[in-house]
Ligand binder design. Structure first.
Ligand code: IPE
Ligand code: IPE
Ligand code: MG
Length: 241
């Protein structure tokens, strides 16, 4: 144990969620357009997903575009949509080929229709898989997700339990994230998984997303593994369990 290396003792989180922040600043420092940062960010996202599955993670949720990000300049948004148009299906196909079910979470009706179509096709190609999963959060906002779930509950016309309510969220049926990582130096959740994050361990990295290497991911997992998750109980209680 000790150090930043993963070994047999390291507890691997079952579900990692990732706030991929800092693409724009990373590019700006290199005197490059923000779109260059997004391009590199997308490649890094794929690399990290592959590495996480290799390490034994079962679920990965990535925050790719928030509902609030839709207020960005149209030119930047078009660049992001073009990335999806040109690379998403191929890249995700590569990662999911190892038996991973892809889900897009968020209000995708806000996206251009041809982009929606690509996302639907990419999801459909993975319908045969279960057990491991990737959620790509696009036009996602946690408050929007919670209100949507509340409205679904109202439509059912019955009071719901916490468990039933979880089932109405976009992530219904999946385990809550154990570890939430945010890159890009900001220390906030920016409307990401507010309900599911109740007992997640939070990890903030000063690295901009395109420079968040596989080694940095391992560092975050080692730090996660060292933490004591009490879920409200005392250390004494945990020892006797
Ligand atoms: C995160 O990087 C990716 C998206 C929100 C699409 P940013 O684009 O927010 O990069 P910074 O925070 O401006 O550096
Ligand atoms: C959060 O990053 C959203 C994504 C990474 C997709 P932002 O860059 O939008 O967050 P704020 O605006 O700094 O809180
Ligand atoms: Mg940002």
């Amino acid at each position: 144990m000790g150090g930043n290396t993963i070994d047999k003792e390291t507890k691997i989180p079952r579900h990692i969620a990732l706030i991929m922040d800092g693409n724009g600043r990373w590019a700006k420092r290199r005197l490059m357009p923000r779109s260059f940062g997004h391009r590199r960010g997308m490649e890094r996202m794929i690399g990290l997903m592959e590495h996480a599955f290799d390490l034994g993670v079962d679920y990965i949720t990535v925050y790719a575009l928030s509902t609030e990000n839709l207020k960005r300049p149209q030119e930047e948004l078009n660049g992001l949509f073009d990335l999806i148009r040109n690379h998403f299906r191929e890249y995700m196909g590569r990662v999911c080929a190892r038996g991973v079910r892809l889900r897009i979470i968020g209000d995708t009706s806000l996206l251009p229709t041809d982009v929606q179509e690509i996302l639907r096709e990419s999801e459909a190609e993975t319908e045969k898989y279960e057990g491991k999963g990737i959620n790509v959060a696009l036009c996602y906002g946690a408050r929007d997700e919670i209100v949507r779930a509340a409205n679904l509950a109202v439509e059912k016309g019955e009071k719901v339990t916490e468990e039933e309510f979880s089932g109405l969220l976009y992530t219904g049926g999946q385990p809550d994230p154990d570890l939430i990582i945010r890159t890009g130096k900001e220390v906030r959740l920016s409307n990401f998984l507010l309900y599911q994050a109740a007992y997640a361990e939070l990890y903030f990295s000063n690295k901009m997303f395109p420079e968040f290497s596989d080694k940095e991911l391992e560092k975050a997992i080692v730090e996660f593994s060292r933490r004591t998750r009490r879920f409200g109980k005392t250390d004494e209680q945990l020892q006797t369990e």
